[in-house]
Design a protein around this ligand. Sequence first.
Ligand code: ATP
Ligand code: MG
Length: 332
Amino acid sequence: MPPAEPVADARLHVVTGKGGTGKTSVAAALATAFAARGERVLLTEVEGRQGLAQVFDVAPLGEDERTLLTDPSGGEVVGLSVDARAALLEYLHRFYRLGPAGAVLQRVGAVDFATTIAPGVRDVLLIGKVYEAVGRTTRRDGPVFDRVVLDAPPTGRIGRFLAVNSEVSQVARVGPIRSQADSITRMLSGPETVVHLVTLLEEMPVQETRDAVAELTDLSLRVGWVVANLVDEPLLLPEDLPTASDGVDDVLDDLVTEGLAAAEVSTLPAMVTGLVREARDHLARAALQARLGEELAGLGRPVATLPGLPDGLEGGGLGVLADALDEQGVTG
Ligand SMILES: Nc1ncnc2c1ncn2[C@@H]1O[C@H](COP(=O)(O)OP(=O)(O)OP(=O)(O)O)[C@@H](O)[C@H]1O
Ligand SMILES: [Mg+2]
């Protein structure tokens, strides 16, 4: 389905979804797809999980931005793992000119402020770094990054993570943190930002996706694509079965027996029973997948699907996912 509005125009692409559905993989694939178009892309994670380093098979990322991939087109993916501690020191340096004093703060432990005392402020610091990257320019060449892709916290926490304004208003009503939060909110709710939701075609992730669309919309955040990950074409669909007055198991029994005979495999009854049971489960999964796919389509957002790769993201898998996103129009 084509997008209702050109979400690819956004410069900040936030990728969220239920835990384990493929957020990191999809964020990496999206960044790769933009780079394949010749763009310079910053790919960031904010929870210090080092998921990006794993996907690109490089040493752990830090505050230093590092090139993860270069494309013949001239495009590039630069990786960054934002850490609250480093972000606070940079923030203090920038707003209070605390240069070497930052090191002192670090030593005496005042920096725990960022990691423990005020979670809202911690999030502002993390997104603050993303905000800085989106807005970063050089006098000669304009924006440093054409695109910033954020491997964001899971859907269960994404609302709070992105609602920096309400989080911060509890701890800072005025001052630089407050105005930083206001600027961030303007960026997040403006046309520059879009939030993509990764899901599997399973009950729980689809439920979370539905809830997330409602929550993000309430927060005036723009939902972009719903990406259904690990979707495999069913080998057998209910409509593939010959219509017969017998039960499904009998139809499957005939199919399996005929198939095995055609392949000249000698069979034991237990083998046929086992294969029939597997075929029945497969049909049930195919039906569920079809129903959940329709539910996703009903959310009113464009839906892209990605196959499950037999060898995971290694050996060119990332490129396969990137091409699939590109072909389906996610990159514009
Ligand atoms: N399309 C795919 N084909 C094959 N393997 C995949 C695919 N997408 C993701 N994976 C694998 O599934 C696992 C989970 O993916 P990923 O780490 O991207 O999920 P996540 O949502 O970021 O997880 P977490 O919530 O832990 O951060 C990884 O091992 C990844 O390599
Ligand atoms: Mg992840």
